[in-house]
Design a protein around this ligand. Sequence first.
Ligand code: DAH
Length: 343
Amino acid sequence: MPKSAQMDFEHIVANARDAFAQAEDIVSLENVKARFLGKSGQLSTLLKTLSALDVAARKREGARMNAAKQQIEELLRARREELKHALMQRRLAAEAIDITLPGRGIGPGTLHPVMNSWERVENIFRSIGFDVTDGLEIETEWYNFTALNSPENHPARSMQDTFYIDACSEQGERLLLRTHTSPMQIRYVRTHRPPLRVITAGRTYRVDSDATHAPMFHQVEGLWIDERISFAELKGVYIHFLHQFFECNDIQVRFRPSYFPFTEPSAEIDMKFERGRYAGRWLEVSGAGQVHPNVLCNMGLDPERYMGFAFGSGLERLTMLRYGVEDLRLFFEGDIRFLQQFA
Ligand code: DAH
């Protein structure tokens, strides 16, 4: 047995150790394995030379070869484990979750405070027998102004106040974003006969923007028409509404003479809380009045027979007073920190 044969096993084991160490992943490790343990690997090649030895040497070298084989298998197993472990560590690092971050849970959604007011207002009026209807956000000049008895030269009609649209209706009428919910009065009565009680709420638009005005805001419009519906019913209904809406009966209400083209007489409705952040201050909450005879005519009604009242209130305004919000723009910024306070 040449001395070099003895050297060879140690050499092969050392080579295997290096080669395994260099394999960066399981697949290359399995490829490298063939070079040492495969059918034509280094050990198998040596095995073939064993038959040339005498019995004693063959026995001795055979045993050494087995030992070398076992060593290589052990090295392979250890390296496999190492690579598996490294792979796992890399995955864990890549998919790491920072458990100190606040959870992203899907909190329950909630209505926007103005939508919440909208719903409350509808429910309150429904409970006293009012129908709820929808209006159109794009209106004709006739429904928005003319039918409501607004004079041709009324300032509300001017380009500074109103968003006109560069298009006309099929009948060639000028179109605009409704400046109030009042056109619903005309539309509703032209398709329904009195006695009728109805409210409508929705978006309205004006060229206006500061802490208490926004170019888009919400109004609720109410209308009650029958043969003998006077200012007394207006007062009763509106005061009842305020008590319900603010969940408080300690509210004073006054009807201050005012002017609207579509009502005669007309009033601003002011209210005063006895307690709380606005206590003692008169706050304007609505326009209102007896429906003007010209408007009744435009509704297709005989003003000698029918009469009634109407009112129009700002939903943002009511919401601000209910929650003590000072800047109307907060409602439109979509800041979750503001909105969550109403959840
Ligand atoms: N449309 C009016 C406005 O936007 C509010 C209003 C006043 C509506 C009196 C009415 C009313 O129905 O009777 O300022």
